[in-house]
Design a protein around this ligand. Sequence first.
Ligand code: PLP
Length: 385
Amino acid sequence: MAVPLFDTKAQNLALAPELQAAFARVLASGQFILGAEVQQFERQCAEHLGVKHALGISSGTDAILLALMALGIGPGDEVICPSFTFFATAGCITRTGAKPVFCDVHADNFNLDVADAARRVTPRTKAIMPVHLYGQAADMAAVNELARLHGLKVIEDAAQAVGAAQGGKRVGGFGDFGAFSFFPTKNLGAFGDAGLLTTNDDALAQRATLLRNHGAHPKYYHQFVGGNFRLDAVQAALLGVKLPQLDGYAHRRAANAARYTEHFAKLPGVAAANASNADARLILPYGQPGNGHTWNQYTLRLPGAGRRDALREWLAARQIGTEIYYPVPLHAQVCFASLGQTDADLPVSARLANEVISIPIFPELTMAQQDEVIGAVTEFLAAGR
Ligand SMILES: Cc1ncc(COP(=O)(O)O)c(C=O)c1O
């Protein structure tokens, strides 16, 4: 049985009548960019996330860039972010003219190592950007304490973690800004590109609102340079149909994660990421106590040269979809070579890039599909691979 890595059709077609009604509403309104649909969705998001302001943005990437621009970050500034993340985190820093400074991550939860970040603070450091990777919150108490000590701004890259919580509070509300992605395979998936920017600061919200539309105020009068970071009405209307389902989706993802963990943990040579695992052949992800993990990804680690790629090929031969998030840590990307950061400087990020593999975890995954994945991974290990 083929098992895709995700199945956007299964999720969206289940809501087809409501989605079609939302589309028809936008069609009839004739208002296609920002407007009442976007405002309504922004209110829904602010309430859901427990933040004061939520701005509909054209993508998660644009939300990060807009946050940096609204904080006035630019040439001469340094921004600390993890090396083990999606490219946009650091790409946006570079686009403002600032310098990304990569810190390492924890092998057990994949999120930034705040003690390592602290060692990289210089007088030029203006901000820190934790990433809530795979749907689990980074240690925000430690990030905010470091930021307080050094007067840094905090931008949460919450692209993968909409709805995730820490200590009962949802991500996006811990820092100066939170940036979210609604890329179709995210936990709240749009029908194209879409994103969100959150803040609890009135002045920052006002500045970001202006910058979202070329910094114009009033129309055609520009005191500063912004961009076109506007959300389409049709995306807002369609996402507004899906948002009430989000906690349910997360619940089903968590149930799928628990079922994987329950089965895999029984196999010889398998250990949890938070247990002693020096000799393990397969290391399982875990949700830290106090974290409401939303399981955007269920990411295994396979230590040993070539073993991760061997599992990927093994699963592909059985038509099981996987992905490597991410095969090259950012410090090793060609475009960041001039920054001069090395594998020796960021050993955990370098190692994880060779070990990680994400397997199907989407909410609509059937038990039969999951059994197929469990069986294939079990056979891989039993074959001594
Ligand atoms: C960690 C992270 N940051 C930023 C982004 C960028 O979001 P988008 O694809 O909506 O621009 C993504 C999404 O792929 C992401 O996973």
